[in-house]
Write a protein that binds this ligand. Sequence first.
Ligand code: PGA
Length: 252
Amino acid sequence: MRKPIIAGNWKMNKTPAEAAALVSELKPLVADAACDVVVCTPAVNFAAVSELIAGTNIALGSQNMHWEEKGAFTGELSASMLKASGVTYVILGHSERRQYFAETDETVNRKTLAAVKAGLIPIVCVGELKEQRLAGYTDALVTYQTLIALSGLTPEQVADVVIAYEPVWAIGTGLTATDEQANETIGVIRQAVRSVYGEAADKIRIQYGGSMNPKNAHGLMKQPEIDGGLIGGASLTAADFAKVVHFEKAPA
Ligand code: PGA
């Protein structure tokens, strides 16, 4: 049985004071969550957030990292820096990083290997553009992105990774993949993992992301292949994010 994982991706939002206010409000609302709960904040908030979540069921996540351990990489953060700041999860290869910051499948792979080596849990993002879906390339693309990202890991390591399937056309647009579309593509990703890593495919958790919110989370999470969500906009208010965390309750 895979434990569901709901992660908030705050993107470039929230100052330390705002982050502290959001997490303080969130803590009691998700204290009884049946799933893993993660907040991926901008790095300037790590100190404030890690202090507030100590001893709670909320884990801290980063939105990026560099693959090198240290050196002349101005503006970058290493896996060991994240680890020492209380970070447990790190989002890698988000489509916004691929689109605006020249992230490639190869750099995502390097980062994934470095994260695992440092004891961080990567949340590796894959997903197709609208034109790629319309042209029928979705399955081939997510298979390729997934297998390149994981290349070099052992099956045991792959079992602990999290993949986020995020159709790019559904991110921040209010358009969601249908429950069936999301389930089907996540099934394709799981099959790709199985083809190389065998039974690790039954353990690896694969989230859906893209305009997931309190209204659609229940239906998406009922799908057998969907193990969680990566939540952007709806993670910026405690009440909405808590409702997604409690996806088992039908929307009011
Ligand atoms: P969204 O973002 O929920 O605002 O669509 C999801 C993401 O980009 O991770």
